[in-house]
Design a protein around this ligand. Structure first.
Ligand code: P53
Length: 481
């Protein structure tokens, strides 16, 4: 058995990390425009308020990002050259509704994405579009407190309906909210949340999450009404937790941590809050205000497929003092003695991808889609100005082998694979350019210097061969680059 001939190979990006052009085409300001490079990026208290007025004198990498706003034609050409069948991207909310609560959409923004979709179609590339990828209009943050406010549901649904209608026939695959569980880990990035002093932060995050879940269900319903051919997916920041020991308590701890993420997908795929979550709210004094009818909304509109990002796995213990900690990938983790790690401490675990695919397929019995996977690494140009990124090839090769095992040996239903940051872009977590994921190198550094010029890395030629052979030829021995 091999992968289906229609398997969707491609790459993934997000508007906030690659477009730049933040004040062009009638676009309004958005949360990530105000997320600086450096340690303060994730601040959600006092510092954040300063950043929102750009008082603090930081460097804000999203402002120009990799200038894709002006270069998308050339970039799509490169994606086509690699043979992409699918390109995952996101729409910038404030290009469509500059303030978020505007009565009418911005035609220039709508046109911009229409041109992109038409360009993709020219090459036979299917767009996979995220409606909200770490993207909240600044005006909605300042006026309404962003997703903590129930009014966000209406603003989001109006935005979603506008683009679903406009791009009917051009876009078949939609994702409602990127990494919806990131709300619990990076609430400003995921939900535009800035905390007040001494408030119950968990309660705020779960309330905001409830609003996103209801909004996502309503958008899913609209999508199916507008075009029954549309396929809507949810999106989880994936990667499972291992128990550090075989203590039964450690096993249960791992299960509990996995449920923190699965909670969101349980609601979106099964249509109701799971009991373990309701019990947790009770126990931890988290009061989530739900309106009458919300249950029905959630039950009425479950997603068609389940997508997720996968970079690393985590390890947990009820006795963390017994083991060494690592930064993991924002989730905090114990160092797994069996796994190597990336330069950023993300623990590399291809087998964990096979396990995650199996777990999710067992749990939901819906088609899955790996919409992010890749290695953030520092690339160095050699004397000929080329990049021999065998480390990146090796990482992706191992993960492709693992997904093939999940499909071919275990029978998991997998729609496709889009590697993250198929072109170098700004890191969501750190704001760095030097944390590169791409097959295409972009001349731009952490201080905002560089020409934006694009060049092909060794992995570019390798990935082209992978797609050409539908995942059969994963070797990099014979590459002519
Ligand atoms: P960066 C944390 C953990 C897992 C995935 O991340 C995450 C994050 C946030 O950083 O985000 C996804 O750029 C996200 C992308 C992001 C990518 O992973 O921090 O959907 O926007 O760029 C990689 O290395």
């Amino acid at each position: 058995m091999s992968l289906d001939q229609n398997f969707l190979w491609g790459g993934a990006t997000a508007a906030n990390q690659c477009e730049g052009g933040v004040s062009e085409g009638g676009r309004g300001p958005s949360n990530i425009d105000f997320a600086p490079h450096g340690e303060d990026r994730l601040d959600v208290l006092e510092g954040r308020k300063k950043m929102l007025s750009r008082e603090a004198g930081y460097f804000y990498p999203a402002v120009e990002a990799i200038d894709m706003y002006h270069r998308y034609m050339d970039d799509i050409k490169l994606f086509a050259e690699m043979g992409f069948k699918v390109y995952r991207m996101s729409i910038s909310w404030t290009r469509i509704f500059p303030n978020g609560d505007d009565e009418t959409p911005n035609e220039e923004g709508l046109k911009f994405y229409e041109n992109i979709f038409k360009e993709l179609k020219k090459y036979g590339i299917e767009p996979l579009v995220t409606i909200a990828h770490f993207d909240v209009p600044l005006h909605l943050i300042k006026e309404y407190g962003a997703w903590r406010n129930r009014k966000m549901i209406d603003f989001y649904v109006r935005y979603a309906e506008t683009i679903l209608r406009r791009y009917k026939g051009l876009v078949k695959y939609w994702l409602t909210v990127n990494e919806i569980n990131i709300m619990l880990h990076m609430p400003f990035v995921g939900g535009g949340i800035v905390f007040e002093e001494n408030e119950n932060q968990k309660e705020v995050m779960y309330q905001a999450a409830h609003h996103q879940l209801v909004a996502s269900a309503l958008a899913t319903k609209k999508a199916h009404e507008i075009d029954p051919n549309i396929q809507v997916g949810c999106m989880l920041a994936g990667g499972n937790a291992y128990p550090y020991s075989c203590r039964p308590e450690d096993y249960f701890e791992a299960l509990t941590q996995d449920r923190e993420g699965y909670f969101f997908i349980d609601v979106q795929a099964r249509g109701k809050y799971p009991n373990y979550a309701l019990k947790k709210f009770e126990r931890e004094n988290i009061h989530v205000v739900m309106e009458e009818g919300d249950d029905q909304i959630l039950a009425d509109s479950v997603v068609d497929f389940i997508s997720f990002s996968y970079y690393a796995s985590r390890t947990v213990s009820t006795h963390p003092e017994e083991a060494e900690q690592t930064t993991g990938n924002f989730f905090g983790s114990i160092k797994n003695p069996y796994l190597p790690a990336s330069e950023w401490g993300w623990q590399i675990d291809p087998m964990g991808l096979r396990s995650a695919l199996n777990q999710m397929y067992d749990r939901y019995q819906k088609p899955l889609f790996i919409v992010e996977n890749g290695l953030g690494a520092v690339d160095v140009l050699d004397e000929n100005g080329q990049i021999d990124d065998e480390y990146r090839i090796d990482y992706i090769r191992q993960h492709i082998k693992a997904l093939k095992d999940a499909v071919e040996i275990d029978g998991v239903d997998l729609l496709g694979y889009t590697s993250w940051g198929c072109i170098d872009l700004v890191s969501a977590g750190s704001g760095q350019m030097s944390k590169r994921y791409g097959f295409i190198y972009v001349d731009r550094d952490d201080q905002g210097k560089g020409t934006f010029e694009r060049s092909k890395k060794k992995s570019f030629y390798w990935y082209k061969q992978v797609i050409e052979s539908n995942g059969e030829n994963l070797s990099s021995d014979q590459l002519d680059y």
